[in-house]
Design a protein. Structure first.
Length: 174
């Protein structure tokens, strides 16, 4: 009975990993397509086309997020990942697996890859921001929120006007 349960968990883990891998590959393909489009059509691409491509990216990220939050992925959270071997020499298998992004699994690289907490400098800055936010008075916070809303509204107007101008120019040139 225990063996069947273990086999079922392993199959479930493999299926979850395959689903994650498929979503990551879809996301990677969408990112590559958007980058290619921006590089080759940067002068002719219009705003709606860019937004469509961005929506595709967003959809892939949402799908990946749902898989990672699903109950099936909970078995991944209890797994521990450790490198089996650290070496300063180039590892061709690792280069192939990471598509050239990681040439070797070194002592310098592993802490960044396996980090579960923010870097100490980032964590310290976050604590400073939290402390500063907790010491603000209610009135000061309300004034800052109102000022921020005003700035956002102004930026929104500028962007909207720019988009309208851009779309008008693209309609005229088409």
């Amino acid at each position: 009975m225990n063996m069947n349960m273990q086999q079922r968990e392993e199959k479930q883990l493999e299926a979850t990993l395959q689903a994650i891998l498929n979503k990551v590959n879809d996301l990677k393909g969408a990112i590559q397509a958007l980058i290619t489009k921006l590089e080759t059509e940067h002068e002719t691409i219009n705003w709606p086309t860019f937004l469509d491509n961005y929506a595709i990216l967003s959809g892939h990220l949402t799908g990946l997020s749902k898989i990672l939050q699903a109950e099936l992925a909970s078995s991944l959270r209890s797994r521990i990942v450790l490198p089996l071997q650290l070496s300063c020499e180039r590892d061709e298998a690792l280069v192939r697996l990471t598509e050239g992004r990681v040439p070797a699994c070194t002592h310098d690289l592993v802490p960044d890859l396996l980090r579960t907490k923010p870097e100490p400098q980032a964590e310290q800055r976050l604590q400073q921001f939290n402390h500063k936010a907790s010491t603000l008075s209610y009135d000061t916070a309300q004034k800052q929120v109102a000022q921020f809303a005003k700035v956002v509204s102004h930026v929104w107007e500028i962007i909207s006007k720019g988009r309208e101008d851009w779309e008008g120019e693209s309609m005229r040139s088409a």
